[in-house]
Design a binder for this molecule. Structure first.
Ligand SMILES: NC(=O)c1ccc[n+]([C@@H]2O[C@H](COP(=O)([O-])OP(=O)(O)OC[C@H]3O[C@@H](n4cnc5c(N)ncnc54)[C@H](OP(=O)(O)O)[C@@H]3O)[C@@H](O)[C@H]2O)c1
Length: 220
């Protein structure tokens, strides 16, 4: 497959690129900082510099030409304020979905977050509220599109080594953590499972091997 990862130098994105390249997929990774090109190449992907907060949908669609799938793995990150939650976590996701439609790339996996689509807990502050609202708006935008989308809401991400075992559910898993390694493995498996389509999935660590967790969702 030809796969484009938006936010290609992200921590999940680099892990995902390594997995996809190792199984023979071709990966293009969209980054905004040319200094990250070598790290992206080292992960087995081809870097393309495209700032998702200033690119047009026309330009993004050109980059997607010939791709089989898009993974939206970008995010404004923990040190950003409310405005960038809107321009990246919502705006860049909408841009990529728009570009996918224009380019005729039907498969779209969006990394979202637990709590998206619910009213944010005001006690957690304005930036958290902006993040939850941005992820919710990005999900709503994707769900109304004629694409083969999957929304993946991981729990709290950790850098512990992956276990290869998860809890992956249509609907609520309950709160929990999950490693970035296992999250990348789930996305790689979802890309190879087109029958898992138009689903909102939650992900935390658990006891089911990743291939079995994805296969269970693909079963009729
Ligand atoms: N942290 C958690 O516990 C948690 C839980 C659930 C879901 N998530 C979500 O999971 C996703 C991936 O997480 P992660 O830890 O892999 O994220 P990450 O390491 O912060 O990666 C996000 C990437 O997005 C890129 N990006 C930001 N603005 C961009 C722009 N304008 N154009 C192009 N790229 C841009 C960043 O690039 P730069 O280096 O240029 O900034 C960075 O490489 C995020 O959407 C996050 O919100 C996180």
């Amino acid at each position: 497959m030809n796969i484009v990862i938006a936010g290609g130098h992200g921590q999940i994105a680099l892990r995902l690129a390594r997995l996809l390249a190792a199984r023979g997929d071709t990966v293009l990774s969209l980054i905004r900082n040319p200094d990250q090109e070598d790290a992206v190449r080292a992960a087995g992907a081809g870097p393309i510099v495209l700032d998702l907060e200033s690119a047009t949908a026309e330009r993004a669609a050109e980059v997607l030409a010939g791709a089989d799938a898009v993974v939206f793995a970008a995010g404004a990150g923990p040190n950003s304020g409310a405005p960038r939650k809107d321009t990246v976590d919502r705006g860049a996701a909408v841009l990529m979905a728009d570009a996918a439609e224009r380019a005729g790339v039907r498969r779209f996996v969006q990394i979202s977050a637990m709590g998206a689509g619910t009213e944010p807990d005001a006690s957690l502050g304005e930036v958290w509220a902006a993040y939850v609202r941005a992820k919710g708006a990005a999900e709503r935008d994707l769900r109304r599109r004629d694409l083969n989308w999957v929304i993946l809401r991981p729990g709290r991400l950790t850098d512990d080594p992956g276990t290869g075992r998860v809890t992956l559910a249509d609907g609520a898993t309950g709160r929990g953590a999950v490693t970035r390694d296992d999250t990348a493995a789930v996305i790689a498996a979802l890309l190879a499972a087109p029958a898992v389509n138009r689903r909102v999935l939650e992900l935390v660590e658990g006891g089911t091997p990743v291939p079995d967790a994805v296969a269970a969702l693909a079963a009729p």
